[in-house]
Design a protein. Structure first.
Length: 229
């Protein structure tokens, strides 16, 4: 029995080490993919007008590498704290998001101070609207699930209605943008294809009010930031 116990401990240690190594490799792969994606985007915008060739030297750009390393350090610290204090969920999430956002702003300022401004592929207003859809769909799903981590029943409903509620929030935002921004957006048609997911859940009133509130606040932000299109 004692031998089996120590053997199991050794196996558990090896498995833990293997999981840590795989986690580090996964984070490094994500960091490299983000760096390559940013490099490809910036290289495309700064491509040679005569040949149209993408400048891949930006993949080794110190600003992009610096941003990737900063985010790697932030995520490493977050997961380290999470493993030591598994009950500490909400505060680390918002701290993590705030530090990520701040690091992007600081690196953007750094890039701006070192060279000429790169032309945008889309107008700033459209970029703001696109970001708004990301916020009301996936970003809010992760945020709401984090806020409700201690409420098992509601969190389960949030997870089970992931896609229907994300599509519903996108449809709500589309309708509000028509009223506030004064221009129809492509996702408005989404509202006709979405069957509202709220009728089947126990906490449907909370979910509906939450989604409407998120869509309204996001639409107001878009109106203030983007102005009339």
């Amino acid at each position: 029995m004692a031998t089996d116990f120590f053997e199991r401990q050794d196996i558990a240690r090896r498995n833990t080490t293997r999981l840590v190594i795989l986690f580090v490799l996964a984070v490094l792969a994500i960091m490299a993919s983000i760096d390559l994606l940013l490099a490809a985007t910036m290289g495309y915008l700064a491509r040679d007008p005569e040949t149209g060739a993408i400048d891949w030297t930006l993949a080794a750009d110190p600003q992009l590498l610096g941003l990737a390393l900063i985010h790697f350090a932030i995520d490493g610290l977050k997961y380290s704290l999470g493993s030591r204090r598994p009950s500490w969920v909400t505060a680390p999430y918002f701290i993590d998001q705030g530090v990520h956002f701040l690091s992007v702003l600081l690196v953007a300022r750094w890039i701006e101070s070192l060279g000429p401004e790169l032309p945008l592929a889309i107008t700033p207003a459209l970029a703001i609207i696109a970001s708004a859809y990301v916020v009301v769909t996936h970003v809010w799903f992760v945020t709401e699930k984090t806020l409700a981590h201690a409420e098992t029943g509601y969190r389960s409903e949030v997870e089970n209605s992931l896609w229907p509620r994300m599509l519903a929030r996108a449809a709500f935002l589309s309708g509000l943008l028509v009223l506030l921004v004064g221009r129809a957006v492509p996702l408005l048609a989404l509202g006709t294809t979405v069957r509202l997911p709220y009728y089947k859940d126990t906490h449907w009133r909370r979910a509906l009010i939450t989604d409407l509130l998120v869509a309204v606040l996001t639409a107001v932000f878009v109106r203030l930031a983007a102005g009339p299109l």
